[in-house]
Ligand binder design. Structure first.
Ligand code: NAI
Ligand code: OAA
Length: 271
């Protein structure tokens, strides 16, 4: 059985733990960690069949096969490096961390040396199978338009630095237009999807991102358009927010669960 350790027990981490607890992922939930003790205890009391040990990262990696990062972009650097150096596989939700080329190259090298894998789930996006397939030949352009309720963008560095008054927005407003490289740095908790899209396709500088704050939006809506030698396609997903974190679409938690199921399943379906 795959032994799992989860760092970050918020919206996504909790859903993963519940899925293991209910037996829907063939794995053993060995250890959990969150710097917020309340999140840890509410997680522990929600589990019916499993009693994971609370281990900090350095101890966790001695007891598990795979570490799940579901904490934050800032935390991801240490979690990924420590897991791989200890010969653990790692699954990363804060994919924006991979915009840093040095980090990307360093952890890919460690993974190769140790014979480990780094899994990046498709998260809140749909259509990455098509982007990966299309990128086996020439892609001309990849664009992402994300439409979100204004409050879900509160606190993002771009919003703070540009003094954008989200509270008093009356109409839908394009708050950001630029490269995925800039978007994931400026909206670290909002467009990790732009990082996953960039890594599936033509890169961070070449992928264009538009973020719309829409006071009328109740869902997180992501449209992806890809053009290339294969033709072109557009995908659109209208995501319901997670019950405990409106910034995070519920589909992102399901995608983490689907990735773990895929890891343990001998039958591999899809791109
Ligand atoms: N790849 C994708 O498509 C998506 C990625 N995300 C990202 O996934 C990550 C997790 O998302 P959620 O579960 O919604 O966030 P959340 O805010 O609900 O939970 C994060 C948890 O991690 C804990 N945490 C933060 N830093 C930590 C550290 N250094 N050590 C230990 N615990 C720490 C927090 O206390 C919190 O309990 C975030 O970075 C988020 O931006 C979210 C949605 C989609
Ligand atoms: O959950 C979403 O819709 C997207 C998101 O927060 C992210 O990519 O970081």
């Amino acid at each position: 059985m795959l032994k799992l350790g989860i760092v970050g027990c918020g919206a996504i981490g909790t859903e993963i733990c519940k899925a293991v607890d209910e037996g829907s992922i063939e794995s053993e939930l060995v250890a959990v960690y969150d710097r917020n003790k309340e999140h840890l205890s509410s997680l522990q009391s929600s589990l019916l069949n499993t009693e994971p040990v609370v281990y900090e990262l350095q101890e966790m990696v001695k007891h598990v096969d795979l570490v799940v990062e579901s904490a934050s972009q800032n935390a991801a650097y240490e979690i990924v490096t420590t897991a791989l150096e200890s010969s653990c596989d790692v699954m990363v939700m804060s994919v924006g961390a991979f915009v840093d080329k040095n980090f990307r190259e360093k952890v890919t090298d460690i993974a190769k040396q140790k014979g480990c894998k780094i899994y990046l789930p498709s998260g809140a996006l749909v259509g990455l199978d098509g982007v990966k397939t299309a990128s086996c030949n020439n892609i001309y352009s990849v664009s992402l338009t994300s439409r979100k309720p204004p409050e879900s963008l509160e606190g993002a560095p771009y919003i703070v630095e540009n003094n954008i008054d989200l509270e008093n927005l009356k109409n839908e407003t394009v708050v950001f237009e630029g490269s995925a490289a800039e978007a994931v740095k400026m909206f670290p908790a909002n467009v990790n999807v732009a990082a996953t899209l960039s890594l599936s396709g033509i890169g961070f500088d070449e992928t264009s991102v538009k973020i719309i704050a829409d006071p009328g939006a109740e869902k997180n809506i992501h449209n992806v358009t890809v053009k290339g030698n294969f033709g072109e396609f557009t995908t659109r997903v209208e995501n319901l927010p997670s019950p405990t974190n409106p910034k995070t679409s519920y589909l992102a938690s399901l995608s983490a669960i689907a990735t773990l199921k895929n890891i343990v399943n001998p039958l591999q379906v899809g791109t």
